[in-house]
Design a protein around this ligand. Structure first.
Ligand SMILES: Cc1cc2nc3c(=O)[nH]c(=O)nc-3n(C[C@H](O)[C@H](O)[C@H](O)COP(=O)(O)OP(=O)(O)OC[C@H]3O[C@@H](n4cnc5c(N)ncnc54)[C@H](O)[C@@H]3O)c2cc1C
Length: 517
């Protein structure tokens, strides 16, 4: 925000709060009635620039799956589209993700004889989300998953090659890109958008949404030449959005102060899997312009990261391919402690309750069959995944009591033979074999902050709702910046789907808006 405008807004805001805001607080009306009026009035206070530096039909903030999907659809509908990105390159969390997307009833499931449907998918979403999911939003992604995959492959040109399982899903239903990375979709999306004439501006940060007196979103104040994370870098500029703004700015997992406001447990002792720019200031800017937020305190910990490597690393792809194929062990007791194929929250909470890293391991047969060779090689090269010739060696390295561990492995193997786990009800797959063949591969696990389930409230048209419970004119949002789709726990591989489905909806609807001036 330019200094001049920021000082003016601050004075207006303070004098406003001194009168109306104080009364609202005294009456205990937080977020309702009068307090809502405070929000709307604050929104209306947004200074209009004396002159716009640039004008587009639709302006999109963020170059991840959601922003790029929105850009393509808005452009496809004939809009002149600008996408801004505060970092130097495109992709956000999307480009570093695992490239796995949940799709109910896909062709690989059919080939494997797996029965699935949007109804079953919806049931899984609600179960994981503790039914806090906004049903209309959850149903939208369940029902449109097949169409989303079709679009990604046949219109955008991404290649999905295999079927994988993720904890919490009742069947194998996730499909993975050919390079086992989100870049396998983000890069084709980016290339497609550019080829269609979408304009991109990098190192350009959205500072605030500009609203008209009536509270309609009409454009953005941006900072060009911004150098993350220096908030004073770059130069203020004003871009008018004739039709609409689409926020696709991702979550706030890297903003320790903001996440601690929402969930005080997640302090700086917990690392994050996210790209450094996942700092959430665009979400706050939208709230300041009158947008409503929801479920911001549901912040997901990824239970499959390792303290022995940085960022996301290679262990998640090792661990998630191995659940249901090898046991997870509490190193102090030598015993299993959780349903390995359970959802992320179940597993992360169990580890946080133990308070120290746990172990997952598999034998040569299961690991070779499940884990991609490059995951294994890279995880071993950085030392996070270790190879052992004997169980004795494995136990000694991690300080696990040997007798208990051997007993637990024998029990696990008997469950594998029977295809039933009476202890934790772990899903054991038809092709899972007992953990017997050397060498054994193992790693330590400790959760990291991974995903923000909460964010801006949207309706099924991807239009953002305001504090008056009505759509905020001129503002759409999609992807991790939004809340409500996933409820309490996002099922693995459903974010990518959420971004593509709601990104497309947001782009189409933004392009349909009437020009405001
Ligand atoms: C390591 C990792 C692995 C994952 N694996 C999977 C998986 O396999 N399957 C799955 O479904 N989900 C996965 N997820 C989750 C999923 O990748 C994310 O939820 C999803 O990519 C979010 O996409 P998005 O488009 O909403 O945001 P992002 O991809 O994060 O893009 C947002 C962009 O907005 C930019 N931005 C933010 N604020 C501003 C601002 N003020 N001005 C300008 N630009 C701004 C950011 O720099 C960023 O580039 C994974 C996440 C991580 C971190």
């Amino acid at each position: 925000m330019s200094d001049e405008i920021s000082q003016e807004s601050e004075v207006t805001r303070r004098s406003f709060l001194k009168t109306t805001g104080a009364v609202a607080a005294a009456a205990g009306l937080a977020m309702t009635g009068l307090a809502a009026t405070v929000r709307q009035a604050e929104a209306a206070c947004g200074e209009m620039p004396k002159k716009w530096d640039e004008t587009y039909d639709v302006i999109i903030v963020g170059t991840g799956f959601a922003g790029l999907s929105a850009a393509i659809e808005a452009r496809h509908a004939g809009a002149e589209v600008l996408v801004i990105e505060k970092m130097r390159t495109h992709g956000g969390n999307s480009i570093i993700n695992g490239g796995e997307m949940a799709v109910a009833g896909n062709k690989w499931q059919k080939e494997a004889g797996i029965q699935d449907s949007p109804e079953l998918f919806m049931k899984d979403l609600l179960k994981a989300g503790s039914s806090l999911n906004h049903p209309e939003l959850a149903r939208t992604i369940a029902e449109q998953s097949g169409e989303a995959l079709d679009w990604c492959q046949n219109f955008v040109g991404a290649r999905f090659v295999k079927l994988v399982f993720h904890g919490g899903h009742s069947v194998k239903r996730s499909v993975q890109t050919d390079n086992a990375s989100g870049s396998g979709l983000v890069n084709p999306l980016f290339t497609k958008a550019k080829s269609m004439g979408v304009k991109f501006q990098f190192t350009t940060k959205m500072e605030r949404l500009i609203t008209s007196k009536e509270g309609r979103v009409v454009g953005l104040e941006i900072r060009k030449g911004y150098k993350f994370p220096d908030d004073r870098s770059g130069k203020a500029s004003f871009v008018k959005a004739r039709k609409a703004v689409v926020l696709a700015s991702g979550g706030f997992s890297q903003n320790v102060e903001l996440r601690q406001i929402q969930d005080p447990r997640i302090d700086s002792r917990f690392d994050s899997t996210n790209h450094p720019g996942a700092t959430g200031e665009a979400t706050l800017a939208a709230c300041q312009a009158g947008a409503m937020d929801v479920q911001m305190d549901w912040i997901q910990m990824g239970p499959w990261t390792s303290p022995d490597e940085k960022g996301f690393g290679h262990v998640p792809q090792f661990c998630e391919r191995l659940v249901g194929y090898g046991p997870m062990i509490d190193p102090k007791s030598g015993r299993r402690f959780i349903q390995e194929t359970g959802n992320r929250k179940v597993r992360a909470d169990a580890m946080m309750a133990l308070g120290y890293p746990t172990i997952i391991f598999g034998d040569a047969v299961n690991v070779k069959r499940q884990v991609l060779p490059h995951t294994l090689e890279k995880g071993m090269a950085n030392g996070a995944i270790k190879k052992f010739d004997t169980i004795e060696e494995l136990a000694a390295t991690y300080g696990i009591p040997l007798a208990a561990l051997k007993e637990e492995i024998a029990k696990w193997n008997s469950y594998v033979e029977k295809k039933k786990d009476p202890d934790f009800n772990c899903k054991i797959f038809p092709e899972t074999t007992p953990t017997v063949a050397a060498p054994f591969y193992a790693c330590r696990l400790w959760p990291r902050v991974h995903h923000c389930m909460g964010g801006l409230v949207i309706d099924k048209n991807a239009q953002v709702k305001g504090f008056n419970l009505k759509p905020l004119k001129g503002l759409y949002a999609a992807g991790e910046v939004t809340g409500g789709v996933h409820g309490a726990v996002r099922l693995g591989t459903c974010a990518m789907l959420d971004c593509v489905v709601f990104g497309r909806i947001a782009g189409k609807n933004a392009a349909k808006e009437k020009n405001w001036g």
